[in-house]
Unconditional design. Structure first.
Length: 226
C-alpha cells in the first residue's frame, strides 16, 4: 500500500469514528434533542391531521383539549427561563378560557441576569451566592403579568406544583383553581410543599393534577398550508 492509499484509509477511519460518536450521542442522549415543553409519552404525536375533503362539513378531529392547550403554553413559557437547573412555566386563565398572563422563573425585571448567581449551592455556604434569594417564581410572574386584570376566580396552570410562598400569593390574588403537571416532594415531607397543600386546601382553592390527553405536542415552524 503506497503513501496516498494509506492517507485515504486513515482519513476515512477518522471520519468513521467521528460519525459513530455523533450517532451515539444523538441516540443515547435524546433529552438534549427533545424540546422540554413536549408532554412526555411513549410516541411522538403529530397534531397535524390529514387533509380533509373540502366538501366534508364536519370539524377537524385531533385538536387540543383546553387543558392540554393551556398546560402546553405553560411548558412553552418555561423555555424562556434561563435557570440552568429547572425551568418552570405558568399560565393564568379566566373562567371563560381567556389567557390573562404567562410567566416563567427568573430574576426581577431590571436586574441583569449575568450579574446574579444561578447556582443551587454555594461553596462557602453563603445563601447570597445562590439563586434562591433573587429569583421570582413562574406563578408570581404570571399573576403579575395580567395587565391589571384581576386574578380573582381564575385558573392557574403550572408545570410544577407551587411552594408555600407561591401558594400564599395565589391565595391572596384570588385564584380559584391550580392545575399542575409535576410535584416536587422529597420523601413526601418537604415542608414547603406540605405547607402549600395545607394552605391551598384551607383557603378553598381547588387543586388537581393535569392528565394529558395528548402524549406529546410537537411544534414545527412551517407553513400551515403544507
Amino acid at each position: 500500500m503506497n503513501s496516498r492509499e494509506l492517507s485515504l484509509v486513515s482519513t476515512a477511519t477518522v471520519f468513521g469514528v467521528l460519525a459513530s460518536a455523533v450517532a451515539f450521542r444523538f441516540f443515547f442522549n435524546p433529552k438534549k434533542h427533545r424540546p422540554r415543553f413536549d408532554l412526555p409519552g411513549n410516541d411522538a404525536l403529530s397534531n397535524k391531521a390529514p387533509s380533509q375533503c373540502p366538501f366534508d362539513p364536519s370539524k377537524r378531529q385531533g385538536y387540543l383539549s383546553w387543558d392540554d392547550y393551556f398546560m402546553a403554553i405553560a411548558f412553552l413559557s418555561a423555555e424562556r427561563s434561563k435557570d440552568p437547573n429547572r425551568q418552570v412555566g405558568a399560565c393564568l386563565v379566566s373562567q371563560n378560557g381567556v389567557i390573562l398572563g404567562i410567566g416563567y422563573n427568573g430574576f426581577p425585571r431590571g436586574c441583569p441576569d449575568d450579574q446574579l448567581p444561578w447556582a443551587k449551592k454555594s461553596k462557602t455556604s453563603n445563601p447570597l451566592e445562590t439563586k434562591y434569594p433573587y429569583v421570582c417564581h413562574a406563578e408570581v410572574n404570571a399573576i403579575l403579568n395580567t395587565n391589571h386584570a384581576s386574578a380573582s376566580g381564575q385558573k392557574l396552570y403550572v408545570t410544577m406544583f407551587p411552594c408555600n410562598e407561591c401558594a400564599k400569593i395565589i391565595i391572596q390574588s384570588g385564584v380559584s383553581e391550580v392545575i399542575y403537571f409535576l410535584e416536587k416532594r422529597i420523601n413526601n415531607s418537604d415542608v414547603a410543599y406540605v405547607a402549600s397543600h395545607k394552605l391551598l386546601s384551607m383557603a378553598g382553592v381547588k387543586v388537581r393534577k393535569h392528565q394529558p390527553l395528548s402524549d406529546q405536542i410537537l411544534i414545527k415552524f412551517e407553513d400551515p398550508r403544507t
